[in-house]
Design a protein around this ligand. Structure first.
Ligand SMILES: [Zn+2]
Length: 92
């Protein structure tokens, strides 16, 4: 697999978000909905937690709590097995 080309021109470090206190308090979607089982057949929801290359988004992106992030990951993986979701996205 070809790696993305690294841009050598700009290397900027992002400042940690704690610097200015908590900016956003993001609540896990599934916690707020009180979902305790994430259905792997719910492709519409699972899609939101995948990138366009069909990669599972990291928790810092999704804002999920550890427990639900894990369940999302498991659900996506089983959805892949059932061919409901792709293993690889369109972008190569
Ligand atoms: Zn949660």
């Amino acid at each position: 697999m070809a790696r993305m080309q690294q841009s050598t021109s700009k290397k900027r470090r992002r400042r940690p978000e704690q610097a200015r206190g908590k900016m956003k308090k993001r609540v896990c979607h599934f916690c707020s909905e009180r979902v305790d089982y994430i259905d792997y057949k719910d492709v519409a929801i699972l899609r939101k937690y995948m990138s366009d290359r069909a990669k599972i988004r990291a928790r810092r992106v999704t804002g999920n709590c550890p427990r639900h992030q894990r369940e999302v990951a498991v659900a996506i993986k089983s959805a892949r097995e059932m061919a409901l979701l792709p293993y690889l996205g369109t972008g190569r």
